[in-house]
Design a protein around this ligand. Structure first.
Ligand code: C2E
Ligand code: MG
Ligand code: MG
Ligand code: MG
Length: 279
């Protein structure tokens, strides 16, 4: 039996179908309802250009230092708020954080691309592009410093609307990457349907590619596919030097993972960049 009582019947149905009961969920839902996301912030994980070994970007990942529940990682609240239709609040906050850092780094002559996770349904929302434009303007930032990592969390019949929004983003210079490529709902159909610039190879293929020949071959094939479609490639979940070396040999463009850096709070990320540049 569920240990949470939700105030709204629609919420209850969605919750009941999809989620394992967690006593924290009720408080999380209340916070989103009231729009009080105090303590929610981004951590930053570097992305390296494998060839030049330079840090060319970072992924902004959400964390929540919740006033009463303590420290929350995205697995605890993202699936829930996606189901309930609140995820745009997280996206708006994360685009704000990413653009703030991107603008700061550009002012310091260290421009790089900050990536934010968005779900396809989120993009289809009525004022996604106008909110994004306002955020970039507020920070006096540049659209080319922003990348959206797209994931599909539920089947969407709004692909035309999504294509249209992706074209608007492309025209602005915002880059788009297909996240967790090869898993879940991400599919080859996206590649022909949507104007995108990058494939992000999922950690489940990368982290054991040295031992698992099938996963290694899947990565090789993905790199060929990306090459034929003129897409950049990023491998996520790179945990050791040998994996990085193999990805280099195979011609993967960029890497992200614990071997390079864990996701870091802003101050730590900035000092990591300083140290990295010095070496
Ligand atoms: P993702 O976008 O695929 O992010 C990569 C996840 O892998 C991150 O977990 C990161 O900490 C972890 N990771 C990176 N490198 C390594 C590695 O070398 N080894 C291992 N074992 N793990 C690694 P995190 O931060 O817990 O995020 C999990 C997922 O939550 C993300 O997967 C993304 O789908 C979602 N998420 C995170 N932040 C946001 C957000 O702001 N908005 C939305 N909508 N979803 C988010
Ligand atoms: Mg991602
Ligand atoms: Mg990913
Ligand atoms: Mg992933």
């Amino acid at each position: 039996a569920l240990s949470v009582a939700l105030t709204n019947h629609k919420d209850w149905v969605l919750y009941d179908c999809a989620m394992a009961p967690d006593p924290r969920h009720q408080e999380i839902i209340a916070a989103f309802r009231g729009g009080s996301l105090k303590g929610m912030h981004a951590v930053f994980q570097a992305q390296v250009d494998i060839e030049s070994e330079e840090i060319i970007g970072a992924e902004a990942l959400v964390r929540w230092q919740h006033p009463t529940l303590g420290f929350l990682t995205p697995d605890i609240f993202i699936p829930l708020v996606e189901k309930l239709g609140f995820v745009s609040q997280v996206t708006a906050l994360m685009i704000d954080e990413a653009m703030r850092i991107a603008a700061k780094l550009r002012r310091e002559n260290r421009p790089m691309t900050l990536s934010v996770n968005v779900s396809a349904l989120d993009l289809a929302g009525s004022n996604f592009v106008s909110t994004l434009k306002k955020t970039v303007k507020r920070h006096k930032g540049q659209f080319c410093d922003l990348k959206l990592e797209l994931t599909e969390t539920s089947f969407s019949n709004e692909s035309e609307r999504i294509s249209e929004v992706l074209q608007q983003l492309k025209d602005l210079g915002v880059k788009v990457s297909i996240d967790d490529f090869g898993t879940g709902y991400s599919s080859l159909a996206y590649l022909s349907m949507f104007p995108i610039q990058e494939l992000k190879i999922d950690r489940s293929f990368v982290s054991n590619m040295l031992k698992n020949i099938k996963n290694c071959n899947i990565i090789k094939s993905t790199l060929v596919l990306a090459d034929h479609l003129n897409l950049k490639t990023v491998a996520e979940g790179v945990e050791d030097e040998k994996t990085l070396e193999l990805l280099r040999e195979l011609g993967c463009d960029c890497a992200q993972g614990y071997f390079i850096s864990k996701p870091l709070p802003e101050a730590d990320f900035l000092s990591f960049l300083g140290r990295y540049m010095a070496t």
